[in-house]
Write a protein that binds this ligand. Structure first.
Ligand code: C2O
Length: 660
């Protein structure tokens, strides 16, 4: 297998991606660089942590996760989830990930999975191209074949990445630090000594570029209201740090909008990647409809739309045809649910193919599009329901459907499941005053010292039997929730606590949230997004309750799941069972669970290892909204994988009692 090696030299620099100077994290001098590989390649990334040991948050270390990749076989050890697959890579140390990429070609991302550095720029696109040996599609049509009425959507002239991130003007570790402090109502407002929320981002970036304060670079003449103009300010790079590369210097922070250049009549695949730490985003194209090709690297039925929704961890591939009068057009991204959070802009710029010159003036002459915001999650009203549409199709509101491309295997889900896990998403306040996000009432924050669950699984046979969820058999999709994490409903009638503590605690707590699965099981997961005031045992002072929930993008490592359905309220077999799509549901790795809503997922536990299942909002995972699914490690599967050998693994991990 061809091996593709990279060294990721991670350094601290000083830069201004949003036009505001702050410390940022670079890889080989680049901000959020893209990694391109081919299916079938062995990817080798040597991560070198050259962050200064004195930098705040550095003690939490770094690690790289390959979001959306299956990581089968021994690759499970290189999944990069710190505290689960490995310990974080601390300042001054080095770690090499090495695994074969068997995943379908498509759009993925890599990101830090240790502490807050993802929010400082330690992330980027991960593009898997078709196998190197893959035959090119035959030119023209086979003899006798009817001419297609529409051209194959998947044939395009060129492609662009659209990497969407939210950006804070303080470093993410410094913001998240306070999430570990006990909640103190008297101190929360004066910014001292209490839990405090990280707040809204200051900018949305497209391909690492943008402007803070919601200001386009040039206010179009006559725009009403006149947008503020954020003038780039010069800054001085502190001693010992380099300036952001490649577009910044001391004198010119160089902030500008990203420009996606297209030529008239050509077709472009846009690889849209949701890489926010917090916000749910809507991306719109002025003057152009795009056609949906894939969600989370899996083909979906084509839908033509002006705007798409992208949550943190989600990817959408769309086709854009440059069929409009040559000009400059806005590409706008706006946050949803978060009042007062700014939008971001890029420019779709037509180029004259004969001169390679882009159209002037350099910026659109129209006002930047305003994207309709969905209601905020935090309202006075109790039980406010806001359905995240996943994909905005204003005219027909269609949901995503799986799409089987010619010559590809059918990816329909199994008709029934072997096990059902019901999870309530809650925000408990612990007895010690810490506020947590949780599954059931159990939060899983990182608690040093690090002892990766993957190692514990191998080393301690007793650990295997701890905290296992009894399997239940579910026929079809209509069965009631008889096994769950936390209570299946507001009454907490059958709490099932997963940290191995017995008896199960009555009150919110901190634990490991491990779900034991058997290899090959088909597992259904129902996520019910409940307000925290339905947690019996919420320690919030003075009987105060939390009324609203908020949306959570849930991501499962090492697997793809079928999204059988999503809705409002809690899932009820009677009310919603018949609406589940078991015929052609989308196969994704990240799903939005709407505020006060539910999602019904099905996946096959076909990947031995320990796999995180968590909210992809960085401060939520930091506050513990995470579980792991654990499947027995099968020696055959672990070893049958060049270039790894049993002795290599033993040498690398020092495992004893390896045979199971
Ligand atoms: Cu992209 Cu565990 O996350």
């Amino acid at each position: 297998d061809p091996e593709v090696s990279f060294t990721f030299n991670v350094t601290l620099a000083y830069g201004a991606p949003s036009c505001f100077a702050r410390p940022i994290v670079l890889v080989n001098g680049m901000f959020e660089p893209a990694v391109y590989i081919h299916q079938g390649d062995v990817l080798k990334i040597t991560l070198v942590n050259n962050l200064p040991a004195s930098y705040p948050g550095v003690s939490d270390g770094i690690s790289i996760h390959y979001h959306g990749l299956h990581m089968g076989g021994p690759a499970a050890w290189f999944d990069g989830a710190s505290y689960i697959s490995l310990c974080p890579i601390t300042a001054g140390s080095t770690y090499t990930y090495q695994f074969k990429v068997n995943d379908p070609p498509g759009t993925y991302l890599w990101h830090d999975h240790a502490a807050g550095f993802k929010g400082d720029g330690l992330q980027g696109p991960l593009i898997v191209r078709p196998r190197r040996a893959a035959p090119m599609p035959p030119a023209g049509l086979p003899p006798g074949a009817p001419a297609p009425s529409v051209p194959d959507l998947w044939q395009y002239d060129d492609e662009h990445i659209v990497f969407l991130s939210d950006w804070y003007h303080a470093t993410m570790n410094s913001l998240m630090f306070r999430l570990n402090m006990p909640f103190d109502a008297a101190k929360v407002t004066n910014d001292s000594g209490s839990w405090n929320w990280i707040g809204n981002p200051q900018a949305l970036l497209i391909n690492g570029r943008g402007f803070y304060g919601d200001c386009p670079l040039f206010a179009p003449a006559g725009a009403n209201p006149t947008p503020p103009v954020c003038a780039p300010t010069s800054f001085t790079v502190p001693p010992g740090r380099s300036a952001q590369q490649p577009w910044a210097s001391n004198n010119n922070p160089g902030c500008t909008h990203e420009r996606l250049v297209v030529q008239p009549g050509k077709r472009y695949r846009l690889r849209i990647i949701g890489a926010s730490t917090l916000v749910y985003m809507t991306l719109c194209f002025e003057g152009h409809n795009v056609t949906l090709l894939a969600a989370d690297a899996m083909p979906v039925a084509p839908v033509s739309t002006r705007c798409v929704d992208v949550n943190s961890g989600q990817r959408l591939d769309v086709l854009l045809t440059a069929d409009q009068p040559p000009a400059n057009y806005w590409i706008a991204v706006a946050p949803q649910y978060r009042v007062g959070s700014p939008a971001g802009y890029a420019v779709l710029s037509y180029e004259d193919p004969s001169t390679n010159a882009t159209v002037t003036p350099a910026f659109p002459t129209t006002p930047a599009p305003q994207i309709a915001a969905m209601p905020p999650w935090s309202q006075e009203a109790n039980e406010q329901v806001v359905m995240a549409p996943e994909l905005l199709v204003p005219s027909n509101g269609s949901a995503l459907a799986m799409y089987r491309r010619e010559g590809q295997p059918t990816l329909a889900p199994p008709k029934s499941a072997d096990k059902l896990v019901v999870v309530n998403l809650t925000q408990p306040l612990l007895e010690n005053g810490q506020l947590r996000w949780a599954l059931g009432n159990v939060a899983m924050p990182k608690t040093p010292p690090c002892s990766p669950l993957m190692n514990q699984l191998r080393r301690d046979p007793a650990y295997l039997t701890m905290a296992a969820v009894p399997a239940s058999t579910v026929n079809g999709t209509g069965a009631g929730p008889n096994v769950g994490i936390g209570s299946a409903g507001p009454s907490r009638s059958t709490p099932l606590y997963l940290s191995g503590v017995s008896p199960a605690p009555l009150y919110p707590s901190v634990g490991l949230n491990i779900v034991q699965l058997e290899g090959g099981q088909v597992v259904d997961v129902i996520l019910n997004n409940r307000p925290a005031n339905e947690n019996n045992g919420d320690y919030r002072p003075n009987g105060a309750t939390r009324n609203a929930t908020e949306q959570h993008p849930f991501h499962l490592h090492g697997h793809r799941f079928w999204v059988l359905g999503r809705g409002t309220g809690s899932f009820s077999p009677e009310l919603h069972g018949a609406s589940l799509n078991t015929a052609n549901p989308p196969l994704r790795d990240t799903v939005t669970v709407a505020a006060s809503g539910w999602a019904y997922l099905r996946f096959r536990a076909d990947n031995p290892g320990v796999w995180p299942f968590h909210c992809h909002i960085l401060p939520h995972i930091f506050m513990g909204q995470q579980a792991t699914s654990r499947q027995p490690l099968s020696p055959e599967k672990m070893y049958n994988f060049a270039p790894y050998t049993k002795s290599w693994l033993r040498a690398k991990w020092g495992l004893s009692g390896w045979e199971l």
